[in-house]
Design a protein around this ligand. Structure first.
Ligand SMILES: *Cc1c(COP(=O)(O)O)cnc(C)c1O
Length: 380
């Protein structure tokens, strides 16, 4: 065995699934350790939460530093699957600032895998490609970035491109490559949030909360949480804040992932639609497009609570959650709500927050120059 194969194989650990998933088919047998587990849960005093609600936050933005967020949870299972199948290269895809792609790349390089990213971009000239946000980290670890047209669609051509690339690697290098779909959402990726639900049980979340709210971008996070909530009889109500696309699309993606586990045979008549709520309004202007209220909300939350939300996922999700608490409290099962912070901090460095921070009169524009020792600045 080559030294690198040995390094890869050493990272595999046996996965011991909770008893309530053991009856499903195709439960993963291995995982790798990437996550800092047992992320904290604490009260979250976001401005605007109605007085009769209590809002808490689970800090999955603390699953790591460069690996922070929800994607690394899924990657523990996806990369273990790749390694156990003898693959040495990982190919995945996403938007130019994809958190999933960044987490895949960095995890891959921690384990000893080569990585290729297909990133959707309106700028297709490699010389002019950005170095901001997640892309800086992607490029720093030396992943191969392939810019693809901004309007490319996964089910139409991105999947095909990844298949073609795998074939080329096998023909020209004699190596096996492994492709991971958008956001790492499939029947293996779901186990990242099955594992997290075990943490939530350990943290007594079903005893102490009535509702969970989370951002939805490819569906794997809410899918894993909802199936675990159902299978463990936890009776939380799970709310998905969509950052793009439609509820119908995500339910169908989650049902497809569940079918990989032979779900419909084991639990006939129970589908994603029966296990969680999806809110399309949360996306505002659409995927990765921000509105001034959303950006102001991010800075108000940062000031009041010290928690940093990102403009693409968690900022929109929390913004809509507070709006629903005010305008549609009847949507919630009760009054104790846990928001799952899914990470995404590096998107704050993509440039869009700069003008907001500099805006005269904004909360974040408290800056002056203090030249003479005796001329003490105004306190404002
Ligand atoms: C990908 C992502 C999500 C959405 O999770 P899915 O499992 O893809 O639905 C939420 N928040 C952040 C920061 C993300 O990067």
């Amino acid at each position: 065995m080559s030294a690198n194969k040995q390094r890869l194989n050493e990272s595999l650990i046996n996965y011991d699934p909770p008893e309530w998933v053991s009856k499903l088919d195709n439960v993963p047998k291995h995982r790798v350790q990437l996550v800092h587990p047992d992320t904290p849960i604490h009260r979250w005093y976001v401005p605007g939460v109605p007085e009769d609600f209590e809002l808490y936050i689970k800090r999955d933005d603390m699953t790591g530093s460069q690996l922070s967020g929800n994607k690394v949870r899924k990657l523990e299972f996806l990369l273990a699957d790749a390694i156990s199948k003898g693959c040495s290269t990982i190919i995945t895809c996403g938007g130019i600032q994809s958190n999933h792609s960044r987490a895949t790349t960095i995890s891959g390089h921690q384990l000893g895998l080569k990585t290729h990213l297909l990133l959707k971009s309106t700028e297709l000239d490699p010389e002019k490609a950005t170095c901001k946000g997640n892309v800086l980290l992607d490029r720093l670890v030396g992943t191969h970035i392939h810019l693809i047209p901004g309007d490319a669609v996964y089910n139409e051509d991105i999947h095909q491109r990844m298949e073609n690339f795998k074939k080329k690697i096998s023909e020209e290098k004699g190596e096996k490559a492994y492709s991971i779909p958008c956001g790492g959402t499939n029947s293996i990726g779901l186990f990242g949030y099955v594992q997290t639900f075990q943490e939530l049980l350990k943290q007594k979340v079903p005893d102490n909360f009535t509702d969970i709210a989370v951002a939805v971008g490819s569906g794997g996070t809410i899918g894993g949480l909802s199936m675990s909530n159902y299978l463990s009889n936890s009776h939380l109500r799970i709310h998905g804040m969509l950052v793009g696309d439609t509820g119908e699309y995500f339910h169908s993606e989650i049902n497809k992932a569940l079918d990989g586990l032979n779900w419909s045979e084991k639990h006939p008549g129970v589908q994603s639609q029966d296990m969680c709520e999806m809110y399309e309004e949360a996306q505002g202007r659409g995927y990765a497009l921000s509105s001034p209220d959303e950006l102001e909300f991010i800075s108000a939350v940062a000031e009041a609570t010290g928690i940093l939300l990102d403009p693409v996922y968690t900022g929109k999700a929390a913004f809509h959650l507070i709006k629903m608490m005010k305008e549609k409290p009847e949507c919630f099962k009760g009054k104790k709500v846990l928001f799952i912070h899914t990470g995404g901090m590096f998107a704050l460095f993509d440039g869009r927050m700069d003008d907001m921070v500099r805006m005269k009169g904004s909360l974040t524009n408290r800056i002056d120059a203090w030249i003479d020792v005796d001329k003490v600045p105004e306190i404002n």
